[in-house]
Design a protein around this ligand. Structure first.
Ligand code: MN
Length: 266
């Protein structure tokens, strides 16, 4: 049966991921940190775990005015959204490398979350759906899903985005010497027809890709919205109100992202 014409065989039959029936369990385990950090009686963010696997892999970028403005890049892989906080957001300029700090896996349901996380809760602030779509593999492995998994593991994650605002080939490259458990990556646009040297895509698009609303409109007027020309002083202690069950472990009380931003502002 050497009928092995490779690729084109996208039929439903042969494609049975080995760990398919373990997927739910595996996604639940991956979401443990996400859930631990949140009080779902207080935030309208999804608990996750109930989403069906999409036929195509999803990606989303959420603009998040938390204690510091950042963009959350999320890429579906094995039942969860692998997630990175990108302080400056993506750039279409191949010469620009954007720091992307990996954060906990998020549930696939998070992809439709837009709104306000209450102040004092984890990540409190306004979340805007800034871009979304599907993505695929940008490397040379003949099995795209395997290529994605291997690339992610290796720290050389080659992706092709098909969003409204972000398109084409990109790489996430893990930096050496990062903190175990909180890897730091660089997000880099490859030079293709969607590259735009010198452009500033986050400044060009200031509204929700889903609803057209601005950050101000999303915040409903009563929530803190980040302004680049205003210093944010009052937020220093905000993450202490997370709830009684937050373990007093040796783990630092703030995220790697927040620690980095704090050192940068000194
Ligand atoms: Mn965030």
């Amino acid at each position: 049966m050497p009928k092995k014409t490779s690729q084109q065989k996208k039929g439903s039959a042969g494609k049975k991921p080995a760990a398919s029936h373990n997927a739910d369990e595996s996604a639940r385990a991956k979401l443990a940190e996400y859930r631990r950090k949140r009080d779902f009686t207080r935030t309208s963010e999804p608990e996750g775990g109930g989403a069906r696997k999409a036929p195509k892999l999803a990606f989303v970028v959420q603009k998040h005015a938390a204690s510091h403005l950042h963009y959350d890049l999320r890429l579906e892989l094995d039942g969860v959204m692998k997630s990175w906080a990108v302080p400056k957001g993506p750039s279409l300029d191949p010469a620009v490398k954007r720091l992307a700090m990996q954060v906990e896996d998020h549930p696939i349901e998070y992809n439709s979350f837009e709104g306000t996380i209450p102040q004092g809760e984890y990540g409190g602030g306004t979340v805007m759906l800034w871009d979304r779509g599907t993505y695929g593999y940008g490397g040379s492995n003949p099995d795209p899903e395997e290529g994605l998994r291997a690339g992610y593991k290796k720290g050389d994650f080659k992706i092709v985005l098909n969003g409204k605002r972000l398109k084409g080939s990109w790489a996430l490259v893990r930096m050496r010497g990062d903190t175990p458990g909180k890897p730091q990556w660089l997000l880099i646009k490859h030079n293709d027809e969607f590259a735009a040297p010198g452009s500033d895509v986050t400044a060009e698009h200031l509204t929700s890709v889903a609803t057209g609303r601005s950050m101000e409109e999303l915040s409903g007027g009563n929530s803190r919205v980040w302004h680049s020309n205003r210093s944010e002083k009052r937020k220093t202690g905000s993450n202490t109100g997370r709830g009684a069950e937050e373990p007093q472990s040796p783990k630092a009380p703030t995220t790697a992202y927040e620690r980095l931003m704090a050192t940068r502002r000194r």
